[in-house]
Ligand binder design. Structure first.
Ligand code: DHK
Length: 146
């Protein structure tokens, strides 16, 4: 069975409690359940992780190399700052989907630039948690159309 790594960066462990007007009321556990369900319905298994640490996120991307056909990543605040995460993603040969719960193009200036976008094959933003489901569907489509 093919695997998708779904990786989440800092503060996403606080989903459901944090700035609910922006990030909504569902928790990271709800998100994990949604993702696992959608992936398994389509014959994929999921490695789902959240970390507040930049170096851990780099390690998790490296773990996906040779194991997963796709990475779906919401690097959260590291999106806008981390060359290390960009470089790690560049070492991964599979499909990369960048997800943001909010629409970062419509928020503060400092959120408009994304290092992750320099590698991502697809960017999905502003769809709330449904953006992750959309990302899984795109990974599935990619496989079907291969
Ligand atoms: C999540 C965060 O934590 C922010 O730092 C990003 C992103 C946006 C999101 O919309 O999912 O700027």
């Amino acid at each position: 069975m093919e695997t998708i790594h779904i990786l989440n960066g800092p503060n996403l462990n606080l989903l459901g409690m944090r700035e609910t007007n922006i990030y909504g009321h569902k928790t990271i556990n709800d998100l994990e359940d949604m993702c696992r369900r959608r992936a398994s319905e389509n014959g994929f298994q999921v490695v789902f992780k959240q970390t507040n640490s930049e170096s851990k996120l780099v390690d998790l991307i490296q773990e996906a190399i040779g194991k997963s056909s796709a990475i779906i990543i919401n690097a959260a605040a590291y999106t806008h700052t981390s060359i290390a995460i960009l470089d790690a993603l560049k070492s991964f040969a599979g499909y990369v989907v960048e997800v943001h719960i909010s629409d970062i193009s419509k928020r503060e200036e400092f959120r408009k630039f994304s290092f992750v976008s320099l590698r991502a094959d697809l960017v999905i933003q502003g769809l709330g948690l449904d953006g992750y489901i959309e990302a899984i569907d795109k990974v599935v489509e990619k496989k079907v159309n291969k």
